[in-house]
Design a binder for this molecule. Structure first.
Ligand SMILES: C[S@@+](CC[C@H](N)C(=O)[O-])C[C@H]1O[C@@H](n2cnc3c(N)ncnc32)[C@H](O)[C@@H]1O
Length: 343
């Protein structure tokens, strides 16, 4: 028998499952902090913003369903609750709510448009790292024939997809898990584009493609290998798969991870026996984080004046974390799978 859940219960499960992950560190919080009612709401508000639902009823109903335990004012998931969270985080995902919030906030912010212009060379409402130069590098690397049909996996609100379409004369389907992003993407007046809400953890597409791109999105895959494998299977014969991928390591990690063939992504291609090429764009990636942080520091008053400090905070905590990262512990690549031949 399957139990059904309200949207509020799902959000609470996701927040509790994420409470001690690295997203606590972005907020300057300890992973070990107690999961109090106020702490959970603070965490939820920081990541889901206006998309955070009224969770009060979910605290008691998840308890009644045996998924949540409360002791001395702190909450934790039971074993069944943890299993359910793991399933939910692949299907609905925490990120969906985070990005719903980001796209809602960013699209109405003039300060954010200017920020994108200054950081990325053009305002395409970007969230990832790829600036106009990197996008052009990608297109040069791929040399797509005019009229080819492609997929942009993790397209956000479609503005980058639109840019790529116009530069390449191709047709593109954009796919993203955020309904807010896709709702906005669908309004772009470009007949060579179409968009759909979809989940790269369970790709289900009605067609195959000459090329599949993913711009700073594969970090969010529940299983990188399964998602890449699924993408390869959606390519037409001689189709090409390409993506941007940054690799961060810590002091304990091994530095070979920063070499193109050995990053998390390179290893997946190797495990799949998939020949590939890559461009090392680590310098561009490192400059990105510093530029982003500098522009944000400079533009804080502009965000504040329009009442967008929550958006500024959201962007700054990420930029600051990665601008602080030791340069020697970071690398960035554009990968391209050699033309796929159906086996
Ligand atoms: C870092 S942003 C990159 C967006 C855009 N490509 C860019 O470079 O600005 C990651 C994107 O991946 C989407 N995403 C996260 N998890 C996803 C999933 N499971 N399936 C599809 N899209 C997902 C997010 O909604 C978000 O738009």
């Amino acid at each position: 028998m399957s139990i059904s859940f309200t949207s509020e219960e799902k959000q609470l499960l996701l927040l509790l499952g994420w409470y001690r992950r690295h997203y606590a560190l972005y907020l300057g919080l300890s992973r070990e902090r107690p999961a109090t009612h106020a702490g959970i709401l603070q965490f939820g508000h920081a990541w889901f913003g206006g998309h955070l639902l009224e969770l009060a009823p979910a605290f008691s109903s998840l308890g009644q369903k045996g998924l949540l335990r409360q002791a001395e004012g702190t909450y934790e998931l039971t074993e069944t609750g943890t299993r359910l969270f793991q399933k939910l985080d692949k299907s609905e995902t925490f990120y969906r709510h985070e990005y719903d919030n980001f796209f809602t906030l960013s699209e109405k912010s003039a300060a954010h448009s200017l920020f994108c212009e200054r950081v990325y060379g053009e305002d395409l409402n970007q969230h990832g790292l790829a600036d106009r130069e990197e996008l052009r590098q990608l297109l040069g690397f791929l040399a797509l024939p005019t009229g080819a049909t492609g997929l942009d996996l993790g397209c956000g609100n479609g503005r980058i997809t639109d840019f790529l379409q116009r530069q390449s004369g191709t047709h593109l389907l954009g796919l993203d898990i955020s309904p807010e992003a896709i709702r906005r993407a669908a309004m772009i007046p470009n007949p060579q584009l179409s968009f759909q809400v979809g989940n790269m953890n369970a790709l289900s597409l009605g067609e195959r493609f000459d090329f599949i791109l993913s711009i700073d999105t594969l970090y969010y895959a529940a299983s990188l290998k399964e998602t890449v494998q699924a993408c390869l299977a959606y390519l037409r014969p001689n189709g090409v798969f390409a993506c941007f991928f940054s690799q961060w390591i810590s002091e304990e990690s091994e530095s070979p991870l920063l070499e193109g063939p050995n990053t998390g992504f390179g290893k997946v291609f190797q495990e799949l026996g998939q020949p590939f090429e890559f461009l090392d764009i680590s310098g561009s990636g490192r400059r990105h984080w510093h530029r982003k942080r500098d522009v944000l520091l400079d533009m804080r008053p502009a965000f504040e004046a329009e009442g967008s400090l929550a958006l500024w905070d959201y962007r700054f905590r990420e930029a600051n974390r990665y601008a602080e990262w030791k340069e020697a512990y970071y690398a960035r690549f554009i990968y391209k799978a050699a033309p796929y031949s159906v086996k």
